[in-house]
Design a protein around this ligand. Structure first.
Ligand SMILES: NC(=O)c1ccc[n+]([C@@H]2O[C@H](COP(=O)([O-])OP(=O)(O)OC[C@H]3O[C@@H](n4cnc5c(N)ncnc54)[C@H](OP(=O)(O)O)[C@@H]3O)[C@@H](O)[C@H]2O)c1
Length: 231
């Protein structure tokens, strides 16, 4: 397979980290945005400099998304963008502050949106944007208390993907949304302490890898529900 240029947000741990490792193992060029520099350095230490690069940035505070281009000047195209980073704040609705909502919407909605906008010139008609959301963001799915900031902010990605697929049209990148069920990560432990998920991060990473590289041949503007349990 041709070497692809792949951007993954939230690649320092959890599902994103497993996805970074999978993409590197398959020989692709990978650029990661996450806050934890120490964790990103760990990946850098065991990978080839040409293949792996990272930006230790907080997606909630980036002011100019055009700065992202500085990290990928030599990439003519971005073949796959995984908007994977996520922020889950679990609190009763009455205790959620404006800052909680703002932080949730910045990381879960604004950052993916502005990344897509700023990278637009690097996408081709064969590029694929994969927005990672949650089953809790799917209309009509089973919902759980105290996840209103998280669920509502992640739900925006569903509509965004549908609208942009139309707006970009046949000449633009494809854009799809994957709504995940439970995967055994720190985030799941925060939302549902003690739960045992049926899926491990490396298993979900295998699925997302195939999805990112192949699914856009068959779908655009679609929401794929990827879950076998509730939650
Ligand atoms: N695990 C599940 O059961 C589950 C279910 C449904 C959907 N999802 C979705 O799957 C995606 C991955 O989740 P996960 O379970 O792997 O979560 P995780 O283990 O908590 O990892 C979250 C990742 O997002 C990054 N991140 C969070 N806030 C950030 C910020 N402000 N700036 C930059 N990076 C940020 C974190 O990196 P740093 O801390 O280094 O910044 C980390 O790499 C998320 O979008 C989540 O909503 C997960």
């Amino acid at each position: 397979m041709k070497v692809k240029n792949i951007i993954i947000t939230g690649g320092s741990r959890g599902i994103g980290r497993a996805l970074v490792e999978k993409c590197l193992k398959e020989g692709h060029n990978v650029f990661v945005i996450s806050r934890s520099e120490a964790l990103l350095k760990e990946i850098a230490e065991i990978s080839n400099d040409e293949q792996f690069r990272y930006a230790p940035l907080d997606l909630a505070t980036i002011e100019d998304y055009q700065d992202i281009h500085d990290y990928i000047k030599d990439w003519k195209t971005v073949d796959v963008l995984y908007n994977n980073a996520g922020l889950l704040i679990k609190k009763p609705f009455q205790e959620l502050t404006p800052s909680d909502f703002l932080a949730s919407y910045k990381v879960n909605f604004l950052a993916p949106t502005m990344l897509i906008q700023s990278l637009h010139s690097k996408f081709t008609k064969d590029s694929h944007i994969v927005n990672v959301t949650t089953m809790g963001a799917v209309q009509g799915s089973v919902k759980f208390p105290e996840l209103s900031a998280y669920g509502s902010s992640k739900a925006t990605l569903v509509t965004l993907s549908e609208v942009l697929a139309q707006e970009f049209g046949e000449e633009g990148p494809s854009i799809n949304c994957v709504a995940l069920g439970a995967v055994q990560t720190e985030m799941l432990e925060t939302a549902f302490p003690g739960i045992q998920a049926p899926v491990q991060p490396h298993e979900m990473a295998e699925y997302l890898y195939d999805f990112g590289l192949k699914a856009h041949q068959f779908m655009n503007g679609k929401i794929v529900q990827c879950s076998s349990t509730t939650p």
